[in-house]
Design a protein around this ligand. Sequence first.
Ligand code: ATP
Ligand code: MG
Ligand code: MG
Ligand code: MG
Length: 569
Amino acid sequence: MRASRFFISTLKEAPSDAEIASHKLMMRAGMIKRVGSGIYTYMPMGLRVIRKVEAIVREEMNRSGAIELLMPVVQPAELWQETGRWDKMGPELMRVKDRHGRDFAIQPTSEEVITDVVRTDIKSYRQLPINFYHIQTKFRDERRPRFGLMRGREFTMKDAYSFDRDVAGMQQSYQIMYDAYVRIFSRFGLQFRAVAADVGAIGGTGSHEFHVIADTGEDAIVYCPSSDFAANVEAAEALSLTPARAAASEPLTKTATPGKAKCEDVAQYLKLPLAQTVKSIVLTVEKEKGNETWLLLLRGDHDMNEIKVNKIAGLAGGYRFATEAEIVETFGTPPGYLGPIGTKQPVTVVADRTVANMHDFVCGANELDFHLTGVNWGRDLPEPLVADLRNVVEGDPSPDGKGVLAIQRGIEVGHVFQLGTRYSEDMQATFLDEHGKPQPLQMGCYGIGITRILGAAIEQNFDDKGIIWPASLAPFEVVLCPMGYDRSETVKAETDKLYAALQTAGVDVIVDDRGERPGVMFAEWELIGVPHRIVIGERGLKEGNLEYQGRRDAAATPVALDAMVEFVS
Ligand code: ATP
Ligand code: MG
Ligand code: MG
Ligand code: MG
């Protein structure tokens, strides 16, 4: 590639809505351009990285035996109604109507469509196992799009779906995907961790998330440094909770209907007998203030017949505690705590001014038997808040008894899941076994956030000059910076020769032939994050040398002209 024929558009300053390094740097490096909330144009430089991510994912998926197809973005509502997800998904599912008034979903994933493919095209156990995947645009009307590509509304996902004749087969297909994911994230050159993600109805091995480790990650992950225990915070917490809670198949997310909720209702939401101890209940209440929305966080201990708010946990970056005066002004209640039912004590509140959505504010009534109304349950919370309010504490004993727990923050970049017959039963997707008897297909699903990988990679690899792409993901592996391409015949000739030789060697190289001043040129490529830079100048050439500098190197090294191709490839 020649820079003069490519599109490079860098910025001195990041826009003010960019909060974290990856978002700021992607904007400044001209990789993405904001079109609307959570909606971006992938600019030529950014698209090159996306294509590199896709190529690695595609290679490893193919290697694992999965077969690529491409399912539509716009999907008829009827399929979604068959599984009940049309109603269950709520506002995150984007819905559109066609000119005839028919309903459609803009796919957030494609379980329904693939199950429809399989129920008509797979007839016999002889066609199993099979795993289909696609790399396709997704849309999720996220409550809180942010951090650029990290939590977009429109984004690209690789999603795969395996179909097997029995549970053992499904588990084998799952393991094949798990292993492929380990290869994929290793090839990206990122530090990652696979964590158990579900210990509910399906059991301890039902699901894993793959997290790229980063302090700005929205998730907390819990692991034991002296064993292989690793779980996301929900799974870790469920392991340390009562068997009744662990066995409950319903997630902990509940939005109470406006009106007064009784203590028994709380217990019912949590699927627990009233007397059982629920160690931690997280409540949120939101209130609009001017054009900001504030979030109240309460942590309650359900102890027999009372809920106390006895602790306000520390909140991670991006959030802050409101001052007492702000709390009083906003909520008309001083900070304090919600005491035993029947007392009239004030409510403890923490406010956050960054949450976008709004719910009714009625909470902490403190009357006999009435204490919670219009509240959201735990998992409706933005992730970082939930994580910090959870019950798992660093230094607690690990559930496997082999050491103590440590906590890290992570970015969820992949998720594998054993679904069983959840979709095949609703959609009557069966195959004929060797006795000619119809059996429901055992299914698994496997996602990778293609575009989120860019953000995650940068969160792990940047400095004050800009991005430092791992070589496997860089938009270009090598940049040639000639000193006076338009002025010096020798420089031009040697640059062109090297450019051709690198291309022949299969190196993804760009030559900066724009005639920019060296300082400007270097700063721009450092911002963009190309891992290898070669400077071609008359002075060096006289001694038969070029200058090489790796993106992380403090200074340049002279490398002999004829050794350079081998040096960088
Ligand atoms: P999150 O917990 O971050 O909301 P999720 O659990 O809802 O993600 P999955 O349904 O497991 O996401 O989807 C598979 C993968 O798609 C995720 O692991 C993530 O990498 C990616 N992904 C999900 N939502 C987004 C988004 N809004 N923007 C970019 N990538 C996303
Ligand atoms: Mg989500
Ligand atoms: Mg998740
Ligand atoms: Mg997930």
